[in-house]
Design a protein around this ligand. Sequence first.
Ligand SMILES: [Zn+2]
Length: 259
Amino acid sequence: MDKKKPFIVPNYLRQFGQSLTDIILPPQPLFRPQRGVHDYGAAESWADVRFLDEPCCDYCGFPFEFETSELTLSAAPCCGRCAGRKPSYDRARAAFVYDAASRSLVLRFKHGGETEGVTMFAQQMLRAGRKLTNGAQVIMPVPLHSRRLMKRRFNQSALLARAISKQSGIALETDSLLRKRHTPSQGGQSYVGRRRNVSGAFKISPKAQLRGKSVLLIDDVLTTGATLESCARTLKRAGAKRVDAIVLSRVVKPSTLPT
Ligand SMILES: [Zn+2]
């Protein structure tokens, strides 16, 4: 009886087979997204975040801890500060409170370049500011001075504005409202200090057509409101009919002012 020679797979065939298997079942995922600290789809990333909604001050969006009754609704609900002096913007809303629970989400986005959460941030901003998108004709981010843009590599407000424009269908304009001068960081400054800091910091591009327009401003954090105030004044001087603002987060207690 003839002894059959065992078939030995030549090396070149074995290597070819291995390459083929690697293509069909790669040992590592072909694309592995760079993940930051937060998994934005995970409940624990949002666990203690205080999302904002009505009831709130109709002007600045300051949250009220109780429902405003039918009797008090003869006028728009208004916080003490706005009752004393109305802001230059018409209405502002924030998606969540800026505090110890949300600080890391915001600062990793703002300074850390962690941009994976933008779509979810935009969804939350549209939820909180749903009334403000009605009639808004154009979305504008609060601009960053080119010096800070170079350092940070991106304008976080522009990223949010782009995502909100995509989700809402409202046109995005990033070259109408411009930063006239570089302003020092506002961290730790009071309202008066911040107001002085951003006063006259913005200008309108000569090409912009703002007359009679309803503008929706987008920013990341509302602290004292001085930046929105300065932007709204500049836009209204250029003929904007209405300036509303949606921000990602807002300070409710001054002790949590971001740096
Ligand atoms: Zn208010």
